[in-house]
Design a protein. Structure first.
Length: 335
């Protein structure tokens, strides 16, 4: 085995042990010996992405795809990094390359079509789903194409303003974050799961009508749910990056979850400035087991001048209201 391969393998071991800084050191050493080592660039990018160093990761993936324009894995990771930054056009360029390399891959066309659909580029979405259907007549592209066609009929004729906003949902373990999203959302962003940072993204589109006074606003929430990180000390910075709002959730049956809300706010503010936040005291259906009351919640929220709601993912109480409140707060920044 060449020395650079041994160093690369060491780097892979470090990645497995979650020692990302050490992994980067080994990949760098391997790259010193072999500057065209595309795998080392790709894996170094992985480590950087996991550390929240998205721009540097992007550089690595770019070098890897420059070294080998047919390097599918690197294009896929580059796409994920662009999505993280909200660079949707650049993400599409990556998908263009993936479908160029794998023109007969149904999944690649479905992924591209889904992103187009999410970006309201309905005609391009239809083209992608047609390709998927051409490869597999029973493809899920059939249903997706229908969905895209529905939009081409109606919405595009009226003048609308389209906005895409990332919001995060924060709070201690088991307070009901995922349940609230499930209650609120039916429109899933293809379960886009960024495994490196343990986040799941769900999409919800709402229309705010202004009855002709000005164009309606079609607001797409990209709702980021933390998976696997239950403590505000451990949250991945990339999770917060680019967030324009947040819901901070506690559980009315556990007072300590209310007490940690301010730390959640501080950890978000440290990365995403002072974006709008709404507080939710969830599981309001469990009144008999309540460990704090409305005043306790109001006091916590008042400290940050944040609106608050008692919600229940179980009964649906106030769930719509909570999300539409954060939606209205987000639009204030646009006017
Ligand atoms: N009674 C009641 N139970 C709820 C409510 N919301 C969530 N739960 C329950 O609380 C538990 C945790 O809910 P999740 O939605 O998984 O909580 P989470 O905040 O996403 O948890 P982690 O992802 O582990 O941090 C589950 O058993 C839910 O069924 C609610 O409004 N009322
Ligand atoms: Mg969850």
């Amino acid at each position: 085995m060449e020395e650079y391969e041994a160093l690369y393998n060491k780097g892979l071991e470090m990645l497995k042990l979650k020692k990302y800084d050490d992994a980067i050191l080994y990949f760098n050493k391997a790259l010193e010996l072999n500057k065209r080592y595309k795998e080392a660039y790709e894996k170094k990018g992985d480590a950087l992405l996991t550390l929240g160093r998205t721009d540097e990761a992007l550089n690595c993936f770019t070098v890897a795809t420059n070294l080998d324009p047919d390097y599918v894995e690197a294009w896929e990771k580059k796409e994920a990094a662009h999505l993280l930054r909200g660079d949707y056009d650049d993400a599409i360029k990556c998908l263009d390359n993936i479908t160029r390399i794998k023109p007969d891959d149904e999944r690649a066309w479905l992924d591209k079509g889904s992103l187009m659909l999410n970006l309201h580029r309905f005609r391009s979405a239809v083209e992608c789903f047609d390709k998927a259907i051409g490869i597999n007549p029973n493809s899920e592209g059939v249903v997706k194409k229908e969905e895209a066609l529905k939009h081409i009929g109606g919405v595009t004729k009226r003048e609308v303003t389209r906005l895409i906003k990332k919001i995060c949902i924060l709070g201690d373990g088991a307070v009901g974050k995922t349940s609230l999203i499930r209650r609120y959302v039916h429109d899933v962003f293809d379960d886009k799961y960024l495994s490196t940072i343990g986040a799941k993204i769900t999409k919800k589109v709402i229309t705010l009508k202004y009855h002709g006074a000005k164009p309606d606003v079609v607001l797409t929430f990209m709702i980021w749910d933390i998976a696997g990180q239950k403590d505000y000390n451990n949250v991945h910075p990339t999770y917060y990056q680019g967030a324009e709002g947040a819901l901070v959730v506690c559980d009315i049956t556990r007072k300590e979850t209310l007490e940690s809300m301010s730390q959640w706010v501080e950890s978000l503010y440290a990365v995403a400035n002072k974006v709008p936040i709404v507080f939710l005291a969830n599981k309001s259906d469990l009144k008999m087991q309540a460990a704090f009351n409305e005043n306790d919640m109001k006091n916590t929220a008042a400290r940050f001048k944040i609106p608050s709601f008692f919600t229940s993912a179980k009964t649906g109480q106030n769930v719509e209201e909570a999300f539409s409140t954060i939606g209205r707060e987000l639009l204030k920044g646009e006017e």
